[in-house]
Design a binder for this molecule. Structure first.
Ligand SMILES: [Zn+2]
Ligand SMILES: [Zn+2]
Length: 319
């Protein structure tokens, strides 16, 4: 199973600003001028020495995840602005596909940062595509239709060429598919207006996507209680929007502090934790600083088996 993160920003898109781009370039060029690689013009060798915050940008698009099974079937979680890139990448496959292309989709919740790129998701405009939405929301069709009413978008949801199907998928259900070994389960999360985690299992490998979710120090018993669902995941992509101070100031806003995310992943014996739903006000320096602090926190916990990743746009995990 391959998991690709197409959008990792929380709440609203936050593209790299010119000032930040310039600052990154100036710092990188200054480091090059001082490095031993400058004499031999070994740019590729120098590049490898750069810290991650200069080699990458975490990315500005909001939540969207692509899951590709070992039998090459695609699944989608959420339609934040990252879904535009995912949709574009699927077009050639759909054009080459003979017959009806069924795309299974999972929606965590319908806050804007999780649905706003649906109108720009190109597969929705192909008549041989069926978008099959799975979620615990009985009114999901109405919710998605509402954001594409004529006051907000030139074409309505049901006027687009694809077929749409809505399947109620609730905690306790286990969803299986014809011709694919992936199975999916769903679990509620604490978030204003609700949100749901999705768990994908294939050939004993487990991927769990859990945003938007608020876990605090008051939830320790609850966290232990839901370990049977979340425990032992090979990859957990978890909400970690806040610093610890912010999580106190923004209690009940529906997001988790990164230190708490590390505690939880350790408690659940997760193998790989990816911190996601980055605060839009944070630049790369701050976000990558959070990652470094999270690794330090893990070391302080003695959780040496837990690998911590910073969710980055375009990042792929192969399980
Ligand atoms: Zn969100
Ligand atoms: Zn939300």
């Amino acid at each position: 199973m391959k998991v690709t993160l197409f959008g990792v920003r929380g709440s609203m898109p936050a593209p790299l600003r010119n000032k930040e781009y310039r600052d990154k370039m100036v710092e990188t060029l200054s480091l090059f001028a001082q490095s031993k690689h400058a004499a031999t013009q070994d740019v590729a060798g120098f590049w490898k020495t750069l810290p991650p915050r200069l080699r990458h940008t975490a990315g500005g698009d909001t939540t969207c995840v692509g899951v590709q099974s070992n039998s090459d079937t695609n699944y989608v979680i959420d339609f934040g602005t990252g879904a535009r890139t995912l949709g574009d990448s699927m077009v050639s496959k759909i054009l080459a596909y003979k017959g009806e292309y069924i795309l299974n989709i999972f929606i965590t919740h319908t806050h804007w940062d999780h649905i706003q790129a649906l109108p720009f998701f190109k597969p929705m405009y192909f008549p041989n595509v069926t978008l099959r939405f799975h979620s615990p929301y009985p009114d999901l069709d109405a919710r998605l239709s509402r954001q594409m009413e004529k006051e907000f978008f030139p074409i309505t949801f049901h006027a687009t060429s694809s077929k749409k199907e809505f399947i109620l998928f609730e905690p306790g259900d286990v969803l299986k598919f014809e011709d694919d070994r992936v199975q999916v389960e769903v679990h509620p999360l604490k978030h204003p207006g609700n949100s749901y985690a999705y768990k994908f299992t294939e050939d004993k490998k487990v991927f769990i996507f859990a945003t938007d979710a608020e876990f605090t120090g008051e939830d320790l018993e609850y966290i232990r209680g839901i370990a049977p669902f979340f425990g032992m995941a090979d990859l957990l992509v978890l909400d970690s929007q806040y610093t610890l101070d912010e999580s106190f100031a923004k209690f009940d806003w529906g997001h988790t502090a990164y230190t708490m995310a590390v505690n939880i992943a350790h408690n659940w014996k997760v193998r790989n934790l990816a911190l996601t739903h980055h605060e839009p006000a944070y630049n790369d320096e701050k976000v990558y600083g959070i990652w470094e602090d999270a690794v330090e926190h893990r070391n302080a916990l003695g959780a040496s088996k837990l690998k911590i990743h910073l969710a980055r746009e375009g990042m792929t995990f192969t399980l």
